[in-house]
Design a protein around this ligand. Structure first.
Ligand code: NAD
Length: 371
């Protein structure tokens, strides 16, 4: 059988980044050994680790390597050691550069509430148990980037803060297409959020999403919802949603809100997808939602599941390995079924395990499922 070669770049970064990426690496190496896959793995410095070694948050070499990889999986960047650097030299600049230069316009954040962990959520178990939502947030446009922007002096010692919310037809339809394509592989439903009651850009958003649906996605269910109502519905009855589509600003808020429905930061993966390069490869970056957690760095207690589920998203969305992604998702569920928990999700009568033991346990379940 001809082996397919796929280049994966691991960027552990700072704090707990190296600890959680080590578990991803173990899984990839296990997959190389046991399945007819051939991942070519490489690992590079980013963030504070790169500043310490190379004086810059990301070197050109690492940046170009990320352009040539089939998937980039990142741990986290930043920490108190580099907090006093000026903004343009901070570790987090590396991430901003990657997002910008890879033109990662679509941020995918699943909010899944594992039935084994319903008690970690602040909402009632019956509201969140079995929750499985995908938030699709536009990442490169809207009010965070629109011009004009700034703070202007005014008369009488007043000042004016200005940001501009703009979206074009192509920007809206590009992100809506991602949401519709995802919905087709899920429960076939998209809820598109805006504020068309008070914003012209919201009216355009609603119209363009509808036009695309009518033209190319007739079979997908689409409903439009005002973003403030969506924020309320996420708390009232989150299971009504399948895919939520939103612009940069509303998506920022709604994805954080949805994240909290699931209970723990240590469980939430994310994917950022870009445009296709000249070889038809979609540029992408996969990372846990959490940061570098300096308070627990080096203690082998970080939860590696968010990063492992980010790997699963990479297999699904960048590497065309749907089955392998399913295997990982199932193994994570089984480990939770078996009562293993890292410190952040521990509850009575469950067994507390370290980062590395959690990774080993997931590999153990993967092995069982393979035979
Ligand atoms: P954080 O997500 O690092 O930590 C918040 C809290 O959650 C901490 O108590 C931490 O111990 C806990 N936590 C986070 N991930 C966990 C895991 N996997 N397992 C167990 N517990 C976990 O957020 P913060 O403290 O606000 O930020 C710390 C640093 O990370 C800052 O320098 C920030 O700039 C950076 N950061 C980076 C990214 C990124 O690289 N994408 C994202 C957010 C924050």
């Amino acid at each position: 059988m001809v082996k397919k070669t796929r280049k994966i770049l691991l960027l552990p970064g700072d704090g707990i980044g190296p600890e959680v990426i080590a578990e991803v690496k173990k899984i990839l190496e296990w997959m190389n050994k046991t399945k007819s896959l051939d991942f070519v793995l490489s690992q590079e410095l980013i963030g504070g680790a790169s500043i310490d070694a190379n004086k810059v948050p990301i070197t050109d070499e690492v940046f170009y390597k990320s352009l040539e990889s089939d998937a980039v999986i990142l741990g986290a960047c930043g920490g108190p050691k580099w907090d006093n650097l000026e903004f343009s030299k901070k570790p987090e600049r590396a991430l901003l550069k990657l997002r910008k230069e890879l033109k990662l316009f679509a941020n995918l954040r699943p909010a899944i509430c594992f039935k084994q962990l319903v008690d970690s959520s602040t909402l009632k178990p019956e509201i969140v148990s079995g929750l499985d939502i995908m938030i699709v947030r536009e990442l490169t446009g809207g009010i965070y980037f629109g011009e004009p922007r700034g703070i202007e002096p005014m008369e009488n010692n007043q000042r004016k803060g200005i940001n501009t919310h703009t979206y074009t037809t192509s920007e809206i339809q590009r992100i809506a297409r991602v949401a519709f394509d995802l919905a087709k592989k899920r429960r076939n439903k998209v809820t598109s959020c805006e504020k068309s009651n008070v914003m012209e850009a919201g009216v355009l958003w609603r119209e363009e999403v509808q036009i695309l649906k009518d033209k190319e996605f007739k079979k997908v269910d689409l409903n439009h919802m005002l973003a403030d109502n969506c924020a309320m519905q996420l708390l009232r009855n989150p299971k009504q949603f399948d895919v939520i589509l939103a612009d940069n600003l509303f998506g920022d808020m709604l994805s954080d809100e949805a994240a909290m429905l699931t209970g723990s930061l240590g469980l939430l993966p994310s994917a950022s997808l870009g445009i296709k390069d000249k070889n038809g490869r979609v540029r992408s970056l996969y990372e846990p939602v959490h940061g570098s957690a300096p308070d627990i760095e080096g203690k082998n207690i970080a939860n590696p599941i968010a990063t492992i589920l980010s790997l699963s998203m990479a297999l699904r969305y960048s590497l065309d390995l749907e089955q392998e992604a399913d295997l990982i998702d199932k193994a994570v569920e089984q480990v939770l079924d078996n009562g293993l928990r890292t410190k952040d999700i521990i509850s009575p009568n469950k067994k507390e395990v370290s980062t590395s033991v959690m990774g080993d346990a997931i590999i153990n379940e993967l092995s069982k499922n393979l035979h």
